[in-house]
Design a protein around this ligand. Structure first.
Ligand SMILES: NC(=O)c1ccc[n+]([C@@H]2O[C@H](COP(=O)([O-])OP(=O)(O)OC[C@H]3O[C@@H](n4cnc5c(N)ncnc54)[C@H](OP(=O)(O)O)[C@@H]3O)[C@@H](O)[C@H]2O)c1
Length: 261
């Protein structure tokens, strides 16, 4: 039987999930996705790319009426309460919330649903079927549905989920680090393409090595095992002395505090 999935909010993360589902052979066979009309351009592009699997609905209520199995909430935090409270959810509707800033008890108060309630942190690379997808609580249906999109990480509760959500805020700073380093490479004679290729290949290989580490102390050894008095030592000592790592930790703390409000 086809799984009927509705998504409220057709933005960046919904587009990634729809792409991930619709480019996986097994998911394609068993899933139909109903998208809300906003963002109209993104919804139309997805329906055009995946006409067999994706239908754009005329209204948010139509999404709920079609989504017999799962409703995914992918709205911005600031819009969520208003949009949800304008709609009628069936009490037996299963809810999967991707919304960062709202705990599940708030979402359920607004939907009034009594069925499954899952919170998840997917990321844009789910479109490519790679990377972690954290969620709670554990659920066999969700495991089955999302396994093709990445590495599922089942968490015991929302506190653990918020810790991971906080860590995911390093995604943009990481991309900006690549960008700035590649710009520096360009200013020092590299072509744009060569600088981006080098930095991404370099960080990819470093991540692969760090993933082999049995624990976090071993990750630190990867840093200290570089040449004594060498180039890497110059760089990490300078960054440490300037408080460079402290700033990254402070960024995590302020995101954590935002999620605790
Ligand atoms: N992006 C990520 O990597 C990521 C990862 C995990 C979780 N999340 C969470 O997912 C949620 C969405 O994030 P996003 O990055 O995908 O944001 P986004 O690209 O801004 O998507 C939000 C979408 O909601 C639409 N929308 C606005 N008002 C609406 C309404 N009344 N009815 C239906 N749709 C409406 C917007 O349409 P318009 O463009 O027309 O305004 C937009 O397409 C957020 O809560 C975020 O915390 C995001």
């Amino acid at each position: 039987m086809t799984i009927q999935m509705g998504i409220l909010g057709t933005g960046q993360i919904s587009s990634a999930l729809v792409t991930g589902f619709c480019t996986d052979d097994a998911s394609k066979q068993k899933l139909h996705i109903y998208l809300s009309p906003r963002n109209a351009q993104k919804a139309a592009a997805l329906a055009q790319q995946f006409p067999e699997q994706v239908t754009v609905c005329a209204s948010n209520q139509e999404v709920l009426d079609q989504a017999k199995d799962w409703v995914i909430l992918a709205l911005l935090p600031r819009d969520t309460q208003r949009v949800i409270q304008e709609l009628h959810f069936a009490p037996e509707q299963n809810i999967l919330s991707l919304i960062s800033d709202h705990p599940m008890h708030d979402i359920l108060r607004w939907t009034g649903t009594k069925a499954k309630a899952i919170r998840m942190v997917p990321l844009p690379f789910a479109a490519m079927h790679i990377g972690p997808i954290a969620y709670c609580p554990a659920d066999a249906e969700i495991r089955d549905l999302f396994a093709p999109l990445g590495q599922l990480i089942e968490l015991p509760d929302e506190q653990a989920l918020n810790t991971i959500l906080t860590l995911t805020s390093l995604m943009s700073p990481f991309y900006l680090l690549i960008h700035h380093a590649a710009e520096w490479g360009k200013q020092n004679g590299m072509t744009d393409r060569a600088a981006v290729d080098y930095m991404t290949s370099f960080f990819e290989a470093l991540s692969v090595m760090a993933r082999q580490a049995p624990d976090n102390a071993t990750v630190a050894e990867l840093c200290y095992d570089t040449t004594k008095g060498g180039l890497n030592e110059s760089a990490y000592r300078y960054i440490t002395q300037q408080g460079g790592y402290d700033i990254w930790m402070q960024a995590l703390e302020q995101v954590k505090q935002r999620l605790q409000k």
